[in-house]
Write a protein that binds this ligand. Structure first.
Ligand SMILES: Cc1cc2nc3c(=O)[nH]c(=O)nc-3n(C[C@H](O)[C@H](O)[C@H](O)COP(=O)(O)O)c2cc1C
Length: 300
């Protein structure tokens, strides 16, 4: 079941998505963290952030809307209080990072690269719920490339760049970050959406708009992963609406080297374990010995 994301070796292709698995601790009662391919922690910024005011989560027909706005404990508290817990596990830890400026991305990357127990950085240039930074870094190929280059200069860790779907041509952004040195690319983050309360005629979310995730976005995510795969040669991690092993297999067959599981963790805290077992069952049923044998076998 082992896969390679460039230099980063994972024991299997199933990773938790940032912001949906806390810092790992929160799920340790439900999930054997040792069994995960990797854990991506909640997005970290230089200083702690409170995020947006509530209500900031709502359930929609095919998933959820959130406008959490990158609430987090800040990189220093993560290193002191959360990383020692994660170090006990034989699982790759990927730190998702966020900055409002190039300099902030740089500082967060530098701090995380100086400590033991972080195996890769995932650069979030795609959050739709923050006023500064976030998606504004991810929607212009030149800016996306500059953030990538800035982080690469600060670290010797593998750098994964996480893309936003809220753009016209996601493959153009992917090409730009690959050229700037990204070791891998993950996609997609949430799609900007909103919901109206008929009683009050107001938006459900205080922020008015939020990021849509869950089953509703899977077809869009698959299409975008497919578009990106045709234009880059670095490994791609598929994210978006993966709830079951079958969903994950669709991304792998398409050519993603690994997948991330997000909203599914909120609905079923055992989702990642069930997805790993389900992929194994599929391989056994089809007499396939190695998961790599199905990656990129899509017939178009
Ligand atoms: C509540 C919530 C918080 C999130 N926080 C982050 C974050 O801090 N950094 C990030 O890169 N993505 C964040 N995401 C996006 C997810 O990692 C993922 O890309 C997205 O939800 C799509 O996958 P899914 O449909 O499996 O949930 C968040 C998503 C949700 C639902």
């Amino acid at each position: 079941m082992a896969v390679h994301l460039g230099r980063l070796k994972l024991k299997n292709p199933v990773i938790t998505a940032s912001g949906t698995f806390g810092y790992g601790e929160e799920y340790a009662d439900y999930v054997d963290l040792n069994k995960l391919g990797a854990i991506v922690v909640k997005g970290l910024s230089l200083k702690p952030r409170l995020g947006n005011p509530p209500p900031r989560i709502m359930e929609t027909t095919g998933g959820m809307l959130n406008s959490v706005g990158l609430q987090n404990i800040g990189v220093d508290v993560f290193i002191e209080e959360k990383l020692p817990f994660l170090r006990q596990y034989d699982t790759a830890v990927i730190a998702n990072i966020y900055g409002e400026t190039y300099d902030e991305y740089k500082k967060v990357a530098k701090k995380l690269s100086a400590v033991k127990g972080v195996h890769a950085l995932e650069v979030n240039i795609s959050c739709p719920n923050v006023k500064k930074g976030g998606v504004s870094f991810g929607s212009d190929p030149k800016v996306a490339a500059k953030v990538t280059q800035t982080v690469k200069e600060e670290t010797s860790l593998p750098v994964i760049v996480k893309l936003t779907p809220n753009v016209t041509d996601i493959a153009a952004i992917a090409q730009a970050v690959e050229k700037a040195g990204a070791d891998a690319i993950s996609l997609i983050n949430t799609l900007t959406g909103m919901a109206v309360d008929l009683k009050t005629r107001k938006p459900y979310l205080r922020n008015i708009t939020g990021g849509l995730s869950g089953p509703a976005i899977k077809p869009i995510a698959l299409r975008m992963v497919w578009e990106v795969l045709q234009r880059v040669s670095v490994p791609v991690i598929g994210i978006g609406g993966i709830m079951t092993a079958e969903d994950a297999l669709e991304f792998l067959i398409l050519g993603a080297q690994a997948v991330q599981i997000g909203t599914a963790n909120f609905i079923n805290p055992h989702a990642t374990m069930e997805i790993i077992e389900g992929i194994k069952d599929y391989l056994t049923a089809n007499k396939i010995k190695d998961v790599n044998e199905i990656i990129g076998t899509f017939q178009s």
